[in-house]
Ligand binder design. Structure first.
Ligand SMILES: CC(C)(COP(=O)(O)OP(=O)(O)OC[C@H]1O[C@@H](n2cnc3c(N)ncnc32)[C@H](O)[C@@H]1OP(=O)(O)O)[C@@H](O)C(=O)NCCC(=O)NCCS
Length: 332
């Protein structure tokens, strides 16, 4: 059998129309536009409307990606949804997306690795393509974290936004796709990003509601240190697996958690900020959606060419990390 590669033939993104600026937050929180911009680079975030859920946002991004790839949803062989903020604990949000897309009986699964979920899912899709098991795969990163943060907690609520991004991965015998990757997890530090209650460790109850311990909690300083430490090493490992150096990469698409983390990575790796794709100012941290959202937007505006070599780098809850060198389409 000829060697198979996963070409990314379609891409799409969705962000809810409702925008909340830092100035808007000043009305309800002891915070300021100046603090948020200086510490994070965030100026505004998109927040889902009452009629929206994680699955409805995922479906919108998926429909755009399917249209771009000119692929009917009925031809999908697999659906992978990366999210930590599903519609329900059970059933899996991936099945809701599968039903809404009319992708009849297509296997669907949810990948829950926090902000690294999209890269984990893309690498998983690439493996299914390379083995010849599946030919057409939908990969979505989607997050509706505005329903899981405590809007009274200024340390977390200002940081996140809602969005979805999707790609279609299709088998081809021409070299492209994921050229090298690294996935990692250090569960010994799981407590740094956590929703302490509502799961089996501490089921939901009146006490949980009273404490508000079902909301997302984060040890921002520890996460910051972890992210700046892991960024360069994960990037180098993925590049070395691809047999490349950073000089071979056209664009770095980092997870958009904090502009200062990206600036530190730029300095550490000796790569100018102009080669990093940044949209945290407009969307805040959209967790698993941040990379596919940045990818889709920048291809659509012509900044990224699908034949460019991309380095995707992410880090998040777990703690987990992931990096992948990707050339979406074969050079004609
Ligand atoms: C969260 C983060 C922006 C906080 O920035 P920081 O410089 O570490 O700030 P600190 O947490 O040390 O807080 C400094 C002060 O600002 C205050 N503060 C926190 N949030 C604030 C806000 N929204 N507005 C105003 N002040 C705020 C704190 O209460 C603290 O006050 P104190 O000194 O009186 O106690 C930063 O740690 C970060 O981005 N970490 C990484 C987060 C991340 O990447 N998460 C996602 C992973 S996928």
């Amino acid at each position: 059998m000829a060697e198979l590669y996963g070409a990314i033939t379609g891409w799409g993104a969705y962000a809810p129309p409702h925008v909340v600026t830092n100035h808007d937050l000043e009305a309800t929180l002891d915070t300021s536009d100046e603090w948020i911009v200086q510490r994070t680079g965030i100026r505004q975030r998109h927040i889902a409307g009452a009629d929206e859920t994680t699955s409805t946002m995922a479906v919108k991004a998926s429909i755009s990606a399917l249209a771009k790839a000119n692929l009917p949803s009925g031809e999908l062989d697999l659906i992978l949804i990366a999210t930590s903020s599903p519609d329900y604990f059970t059933p899996p949000v991936s099945s809701l997306v599968q039903a809404a897309l009319n992708a009849h009986n297509t296997p669907a699964m949810t990948i829950v690795t926090g902000c690294t979920g999209f890269v984990y899912a893309l690498v998983t899709a690439d493996q299914f393509i390379r083995t010849g098991a599946y030919r057409n795969i939908l990969v979505v990163g989607v997050e509706l974290l505005s329903r899981f943060v405590n809007w009274q907690d200024r340390a977390t609520s200002v940081l996140f936004g809602d969005a979805a991004g999707a790609v279609i991965v299709q088998a081809t015998d021409r070299p492209c796709g994921v050229q090298g990757f690294v996935l990692g997890s250090d569960g010994s530090n799981y407590q740094h990003i956590i929703m302490p209650s509502g799961g089996s460790a501490r089921p939901f109850g009146a006490d949980v509601l009273a404490e508000g311990s079902h909301y997302l909690l984060m040890n921002g300083r520890e996460v910051f240190k972890f992210a700046t430490r892991i960024f360069g090493s994960a990037s180098n490992q993925a590049l070395s697996k691809a047999g490349m150096t950073i000089a071979d990469v056209d664009w770095i698409i980092p997870h958009q958690a904090n502009l200062r983390i990206i600036q530190a990575a730029s300095k550490d790796m000796g790569v100018p900020m102009e080669r990093f794709i940044i949209n945290i100012d407009r969307y805040a941290n959209t967790s698993a959606a941040s990379i596919p959202l940045a990818l889709a937007e920048n291809i659509d505006c012509g900044r990224i060419k699908p034949t460019d070599t991309l380095l995707l780098v992410s880090f998040g809850a777990g703690m987990t990390w992931s990096a992948a060198v990707v050339q979406m389409q074969p050079i004609a």
